[in-house]
Design a binder for this molecule. Structure first.
Ligand SMILES: [Zn+2]
Length: 200
């Protein structure tokens, strides 16, 4: 029978050899989930939000029950993004595209997702990012971001960091010439230099 619970612990106290589960005032004291798979006890740090811990536990228990559970490698979005640039983009795209990728990650993705665990980024987070970005960027630019995120998450899934691609169902924004948005930055570089994605 699959069981698990939510716990709060502090990595600072742990490092300093105090009881990591006892109350302390460190901001590092965050939620995690604890569960057993077979004979193995697993502890996974989630973050400061209790709801995130609850949904992570629920999802994990569901997978354990269904037999679809496998351990994901943990990584922050910003770490993954750097790895993706190094291991994929640098090798596979032309220099101008690589520059656009780096800019998108530095100026847009990292401020939004950088410190999040990759596996804790879900579709609503991406939709919120898009809703915010479309306020001062052209639909075309935003759509290029969407394509890029789909590609990054597709690779993350293949490389064992994700079970699902959270950007997969994000639709492209229709590019209607209703009103001209204020473009504060030249986005013409993003023109169709991004590859198309298929979810395999
Ligand atoms: Zn502490």
């Amino acid at each position: 029978m699959a069981r698990g619970c939510i716990v709060k612990r502090c990595k600072v106290c742990r490092r300093e050899k105090r009881n990591q589960f006892e109350f302390c005032n460190h901001p590092e004291r965050v939620y995690g989930i604890f569960y057993r798979v077979g004979k193995k006890s697993i502890f996974r740090t989630i973050g400061p939000n209790k709801k995130d811990a609850e949904s992570a536990l629920e999802e994990t228990m569901r997978q354990v029950k269904q037999g679809t559970y496998s351990e994901l490698k943990e990584i922050l979005f910003e770490e993954f993004a750097q790895k993706w640039i190094n291991d994929y983009a640098t090798v596979n795209v032309k220099p101008s595209t690589l520059r656009n990728y780096r800019d998108a990650i530095r100026c847009h993705f990292n401020p939004a997702f950088g410190k999040m665990a990759l596996s804790m980024i879900h579709e609503p987070d991406i939709r919120a990012f898009i809703a915010k970005t479309i306020k001062n960027r052209k639909p075309k630019t935003v759509n290029n971001f969407t394509v890029m995120l789909k590609t990054m998450f597709k690779h993350a899934k293949r490389w064992g960091y994700l079970r699902e691609n959270p950007a997969w169902d994000i639709e492209h924004i229709r590019d209607e010439p209703k009103e001209q948005p204020d473009e504060t930055e030249d986005s013409s570089n993003y023109k169709s230099t991004l590859p198309s994605v298929s979810d395999d």
